[in-house]
Design a protein around this ligand. Structure first.
Ligand code: ZN
Length: 213
């Protein structure tokens, strides 16, 4: 059904699209922090057909999503806009995640994951793309704040060629909160308060990065 007035709405949208700099709501990479124009893209790793790591009764895709959904309102409360690559348990390719961030001209991209390796592997590590100065700054800020809150062993900030780090056009980082393969850390990941701490750390780190241009 065509609603009366939709023509006017369309005209306003067209006017906004035609305005210099694009629609008023779109983020620009050079927007000052806290202005509301900064757009943070949060990417909860895996989802849908891809569960990610699956150990000790924890599915990575679900804890990643929960952490991201907890981080979203905290980051919004800091005055930034947040774009999620997914808000439910849907399947999304790596390229689709990059497309979402790139098309929206997001200011930064932060992918949220949890780790898997050996049963005695432990701690938090955060990644940036190779030789990315800004990526390292973002990854370091997020890493420090997450480690400060969850107090697991600090595995450091590392460089990697992960697809979403390579194919996003903006500064990006990927945080691996804890190890699902480690029974003690898997147990922590099942605790909503622990996931909230990771979310608060991600948000605080993003704010630290954006407030120190
Ligand atoms: Zn993962």
């Amino acid at each position: 059904m065509k609603k009366a007035g939709s023509g006017i709405v369309a005209a306003v949208i067209m006017a906004l699209l035609a305005a210099p700099g694009g629609p008023a709501g779109l983020a620009r990479a050079d927007a000052p922090p806290g202005s509301g124009l900064v757009l943070v893209c949060l990417d909860p790793g895996h989802g849908g057909n891809d569960s990610g790591a699956n150990y000790n009764g924890v599915q990575e895709k679900l804890v990643n999503l929960d952490i991201a959904l907890r981080a979203k309102p905290i980051i919004e409360g800091m005055g930034y806009r947040v774009l999620m690559t997914r808000t439910d348990d849907s399947t999304l390719s790596l390229q689709e995640r990059c497309d979402i961030a790139n098309r929206a001209n997001a200011t930064i991209f932060v992918s949220i994951h949890n780790n898997a390796y050996m049963t005695d592997s432990e701690g938090t590590e955060t990644f940036c793309y190779y030789n990315s100065e800004e990526g390292r700054r973002l990854a370091t800020a997020v890493h420090r704040q997450v480690v400060r809150r969850i107090k697991l062993p600090d595995r450091g900030v590392k460089e990697a060629g992960f697809y979403v780090l390579k194919h996003t056009d903006m500064t990006s980082a990927l945080v691996e909160g804890a190890f699902l393969t480690n029974p003690a850390e898997a147990l922590l990941l099942q605790d909503p308060r622990f996931r909230q701490k990771i979310a608060e750390g991600v948000a605080a780190g993003i704010n630290d990065f954006l407030m120190d241009p």
